[in-house]
Design a protein around this ligand. Structure first.
Ligand SMILES: *Cc1c(COP(=O)(O)O)cnc(C)c1O
Length: 431
């Protein structure tokens, strides 16, 4: 397999783009080598500029739940395109997507569309503060909520727990109202409430996908919500990744909780830039123009993006692929675990619905610290063997793999063969 053209573009890209990428997750920093440049994608496959074809388990980090260029989505987007790209005024499509989204989330009366997950979350946090009149927000280490200042902490390392900024350029003042707790540890949440009486809410990925897939244990979310109710604090579910991925609607419902505010993105745009946040009327009343919480957007509710969202969700509802997602993820889990066993490689697989990933570690992974015990060098070797054998994975141990409804039995067979070669390569690594 050759990567000559990707390499050439990478070197060219370095001149006017930062690291030749527009999002650092696309850089291959943790696996080595240069990022691949993509020419096109269709269905379950993605093709790089050198003509190498891969089974795509990145799926744009989640949005492409129907696979690439689904007919219905492409048709809807093209149709919208012909009517104009942006008006700075309301369209019927926004009302239609809002209805589909609100119908799928029991406690969501109203929704506001924005342009990215980051924007959705930063607005949701502002809304929680506006509604409660309190300033502090608790987040969990290892959860990612976009790149706004106040939540860019605990993206990693021990510093995280000290509420130190996780990025240069984030002033301490911006994170002084952010408190860090440990995923799956209610006591770590309670501790903050014992010390502070100005906590507006807790933000959480109901299924975490941003430290690799980590699942709430022992009704963690249910207990968390119950506790927050006694404290008058809000639960903000960041479902930017999980929304419409494990069921038609939110993962929170599958886990038996209803959040006060829900953030969405990724799937609800079907590959076009969309984010959203929603809640019951009482809370959404705070948002301008109804209330005093300001939040705006020139391109918010963009007609092409709305068409992408409506067609994606309509098709998802029709296909109802969720049962199939579970089965496929289970098959892949068995393949990964059995192959790891065959070559005596320590491996843990976490999965939920159409999100999954292996961790190169011995013990269960239920929080960020446990995820960090993974052997990233093994992942790097595994990653490149998978690439060379035609499977496109996120270039990090700590990213989820995604399934689409376009994946075929043949694709799974190809993945299985690649896993065999990759696991063999891992087992042959020298310390
Ligand atoms: C991707 C993601 C975001 C950020 O969304 P962007 O569209 O990249 O800004 C926020 N929260 C979660 C849980 C995500 O997975």
């Amino acid at each position: 397999m050759k990567f000559k053209k990707s390499e050439k573009l990478y070197n060219k890209g370095l001149k006017h783009l930062v690291g030749a990428v527009n999002s650092p997750v696309r850089a291959f920093s943790s696996v080595g080598g240069n990022p691949l440049f993509i020419k096109k994608a269709k269905g379950s496959k993605i093709t790089d500029v050198d003509g190498n074809e891969y089974v795509d388990l990145v799926l744009s980090y989640g949005p492409m739940v129907l696979g690439h260029r689904h007919k219905a989505v492409e048709k809807a987007a093209k149709k919208a395109l012909k009517k104009g790209y942006s008006f700075g005024a309301s369209t019927e499509a926004e009302i239609r997507l809002a209805k589909i989204v609100c119908d799928a989330f029991p406690e969501m009366d109203k929704v506001r569309f924005v342009n990215s997950g980051t924007e959705a979350v930063l607005s949701a946090v502002r809304l929680a503060r506006a509604f409660t009149g309190k300033d502090k927000i608790i987040k969990f280490s290892g959860c990612y909520h976009g790149h706004q200042d106040s939540l860019l902490v605990a993206a990693g390392s021990g510093l995280a727990t000290l509420s130190l900024p996780g990025s240069k350029g984030v002033p301490e003042g911006a994170v002084k109202n952010t408190l860090i707790a440990e995923y799956n540890n209610l006591e770590s949440v309670k501790k903050h409430f014992e010390k502070h009486d100005d906590i507006a809410g807790v933000i959480i990925e109901p299924i975490c996908g941003n430290m690799g897939v980590v699942i709430p244990q022992n009704d963690f979310l249910i207990k968390l919500k119950k506790y927050l109710e006694t404290k008058g604090a809000l639960l903000i579910a960041d479902e930017v990744m999980t929304g419409f991925r494990s069921k038609f609607g939110g993962a929170q419902e599958l886990l038996g909780v209803t959040a006060d505010i829900t953030c969405l993105g990724k799937v609800i745009g079907g590959g076009f830039p969309v984010g959203a946040y929603g809640a019951r009327n009482e809370i959404m009343q705070e948002v301008a123009p109804l209330g005093g919480m300001y939040q705006a957007g020139t391109l918010s509710g963009n007609p092409i993006a709305m068409a992408g969202g409506i067609s994606t969700l309509t098709e998802l509802k029709r296909q109802n692929p969720y049962e199939q997602f579970n089965e496929t993820a289970h098959i892949l889990e068995v393949i990964l675990l059995e192959t790891a066993k065959k070559y005596s490689v320590d491996l843990v697989v976490n999965r939920f619905g159409s999100m999954m990933n292996p961790f190169f570690t011995k013990d269960v992974v239920t929080n960020f610290e446990e995820a960090q015990s993974s052997d990233t060098k093994k992942f790097a070797v595994f990653f490149w063997e998978m690439i060379k054998n035609g499977v496109f994975l996120p270039p990090s141990q700590f990213e989820a793999w995604f399934l689409s409804s376009a994946i075929t039995d043949k694709d799974i067979k190809k993945v299985a063969e690649a896993v065999d070669k990759a696991m063999l390569a891992v087992s042959q690594m020298k310390d």
